[in-house]
Write a protein that binds this ligand. Structure first.
Ligand SMILES: [Zn+2]
Length: 409
């Protein structure tokens, strides 16, 4: 237990300069520093590409909107306790920091007439949203007030919903494998006593049935009372360094918002029909995802999203030119690289390991003369000197395949 206590993303976040929380900026409003931003950027690019190949279309929408939008969506009626109070510009002009992206994405679907041929229509965005969390529960990246959510809303015909949910679960597994996420369990979150929900019992039963079918063959728990106010959901849980469970990925079925926003498509027979709205997040918010990834990897991210992938260490000043040249070539190959020339070689090697940099390229006089480089891995392994092109090829391979290992398989 003592050892697990030491793996705290807040401590590692500080030591590795990934993010900072400043009381002047406000509790629950962390600032991502360059190293954390570089890792997050790599993850965001990966997720966007994964979604693009799976038929998602990306949009941008603002993190705030008119009060009426969130009255229509039901958020002000059912979710107001978790929202920041509205901002009044004038007597009839009030704005709300959004608690979810769904209302804007409903407007994307409704922006023009839709045909059955366009379904499933998958609208994705990595977008900002806000939660008025009480200050006592805030900590590091795991509970924040400004959230960057990997979100999408898939509009489909009712008969497509089962297949759509199954496909989303497949994408979630793929993303987890690439990132090194180890889910602690699946949960079917359904209605429970003491909460308010929209929609009728027939819709709730149908939605639950579809989710149960998608989960066939998977071990899962049923969590009464944890459904969204508009529908049941599949939650994929992770456990943090202190043993606390939280939801990372989620898939939710919603019959209510298409009603509220009067969304429809023209079916094959010319009839006007309501789509089902599937809310889903493959990897959750960037904040909660990184709180988890920092702890599960103890700061040693897989090379493909390590803030710095390769640090070049010239043994002395005579190799400065060769080191700069290697860094330029690595950069041109798309790698995140730095040169560290200050201090003793031993101290620089230790510093690279402390920063969890996957690869250090040591260049001494002999290596420089022969066009070679000695790669040291962050786990302490040292490779025999390699030609520069081979060393860059090795690192490039590991990064391109998003391998969790530091040497190609
Ligand atoms: Zn949503």
């Amino acid at each position: 237990m003592r050892e697990r206590d030491m793996i705290d993303h807040r401590r590692l976040g500080r030591e590795l300069e990934l993010f900072v929380s400043d009381p002047l900026a406000g509790a629950g409003l962390p600032i991502w520093l360059p190293a954390g931003a570089a890792a997050r950027h790599a993850v965001e690019e990966y997720v966007r590409e994964l979604e693009r190949r799976a038929g998602y279309q990306h949009v941008y929408s603002p993190p705030l909107g008119k009060r009426e939008l969130f009255e229509l969506s039901g958020h002000l009626g059912y979710f107001a306790d978790d929202m920041f109070p509205p901002m009044r510009l004038s007597a009839d002009d009030e704005f709300v920091l959004r608690p979810a992206l769904c209302p804007h994405h409903a407007l994307v679907f409704g922006a023009r007439g839709r045909s059955y041929r366009e379904l499933p229509l998958r609208v994705a965005e990595l977008g900002g949203m806000y939660r008025a969390e009480r200050s006592g529960v805030l900590g590091g990246l795991s509970r924040v007030r400004a959230i960057s959510l990997n979100d999408a809303h898939n509009f489909c015909a009712l008969e497509q919903a089962g297949e759509e949910v199954a496909e989303i679960l497949r994408l979630i597994r793929e993303a987890h494998a690439a990132l090194g996420v180890r889910p602690a369990g699946f949960r079917l979150s359904v209605r429970g006593p003491g909460q308010r929900y929209v929609g009728d019992d027939v819709q709730w039963a149908r939605a639950e049935e579809l989710l149960r079918e998608a989960l066939s063959g998977v071990d899962y728990e049923v969590a009464p009372g944890d459904a969204a106010f508009y529908g049941p959901k599949i939650d994929i849980q992770v456990v943090d360094g202190r043993g606390r469970e939280s939801t990372l990925s989620t898939v939710q079925l919603d019959f209510d918002k298409p009603e509220r926003f009067d969304l429809a498509y023209t079916d094959r027979d010319g009839a006007r029909r309501r789509p089902v709205m599937v809310h889903r997040s493959l990897v959750g918010s960037m904040e909660r995802l990184f709180a988890y990834l920092i702890e599960v990897h103890e700061g040693a991210f897989p090379a493909w999203y390590a803030p710095v992938q390769l640090v070049v260490l010239p043994v002395d000043a005579d190799q400065a030119g060769v080191a700069a040249d290697l860094a330029r070539r690595a950069e041109a190959a798309g790698l995140r690289v730095e040169v560290d020339a200050a201090g003793s070689l031993g101290a620089r090697i230790r510093d690279a390991a402390r920063r969890r940099t996957p690869y250090a390229a040591v260049i001494g006089a002999r290596e420089a003369a022969a066009g070679l480089v000695s790669l040291r891995l962050r786990d302490g392994r040292a490779l025999d000197p390699l030609p520069v092109a081979a060393a860059l090829g090795l690192v490039g391979d590991v990064v391109a395949t998003r391998s969790a290992q530091l040497l190609p398989g």
